[in-house]
Design a protein around this ligand. Sequence first.
Ligand code: GMT
Length: 386
Amino acid sequence: MARQLRIGILCHPTYGGSGVVASELALSLAESGHEVHVFSHEVPPRLARSPGLVQMHRAQGIPYPLFHSTPHDLAITSAILDVHRASGLDILHAHYALPHAVSAYLARAAAQSDHDRPAPRIVTTLHGTDITLIGNDPSYAPLTQFVIAASDAVTTVSHWLANETRLRFCPDQSAPCAIEVIHNFVDTDWFSPSSRREASACRRGDGPTVVHVSNFRAVKRVPWLVRAFARSLQGRAATLVLVGDGPELPECRNVARELKIADRVVFLGERDILPELLAPADVFALSSSSESFGLSALEAMSCGTPVVATDVGGVGEVVEHGVTGLLAKPDDLDGFAAHLGSLLFSPEKARTMGAAAREAAVTRFGRAHIVARYEALYRRVLGIDS
Ligand code: GMT
């Protein structure tokens, strides 16, 4: 029987994106019998709502007048060392390069000077803006490059992000860049079309519904989506349901008022019952200017909801144009609006694409298959076959 591993997972406690991927991975690995510890400065919401056998370490550090801000990344390193010295960790899996790959690197370096047990190996998973925005800024780029090279293995969530990483951080052969692409996954039992029966919360008023879920940062371009939605209506009735919260939410309200469609846009704020919101929708919309993968689109697909999205980054690796949804160029507001209208007001077409979307989620992005790839990678970096 394969030796069970002791795995530490470091992540941001986000509602979506990397916080979800890290939490779902932790839960799946624990279900397979591995000892799993999650390190973060808050409990990730997806983990908080689960009874799974994962040991959560909330490491916040203490505020001190000399600190400009509390260095929780150092508290995470300390928490890792505590666990490692008590029972030994085989793997540190850092999600999002900064600060987690740095915390893991420090913990590995400190553990190397303890001679009673081997230091853990580092796997770093790059998610998107850790490369394209944050890591690329001159204030962080040298450190990002260093931790990528210092990791024992590096994965990205799409081929597009692997290429971006190579272009930005491995321009020549001086810094080796062996990157494995492991796409994100979805729990297809939980995110299932059958959630459609249970809820009608987002079906209000007349006409079909388009749903969007995000953190409303500029990169998501939700005000642009509100404009596209308005253009798609052409006098017809439909509802846009916006789930989540963030800096551009007030601007979305302004745009909806300005375009006189405030009664057609519903703002639900942050929610933790996504399948019940995604499955009843007729279309899921993603309007980002950059997106390395688009996990929310995959969750919608798994619920049997077709996607209209901007063709940026790795989105085309998730949504197949004309099969599981429709893609528009990121500067083509009219094209995006036309795609939205064509799915919202052609129910048969939307149903066909929704069924294909569900099929793709199950066959290409199922949890068991992707989690097995991470397990195989852990064993490979540890030099154990079983
Ligand atoms: O990079 C971010 O915007 C944050 C990140 C996260 O931690 O939520 O999102 C990224 O990771 C997700 C999970 O792998 C991907 O599905 C998102 O596409 C990606 N976001 C961007 O690339 C903008």
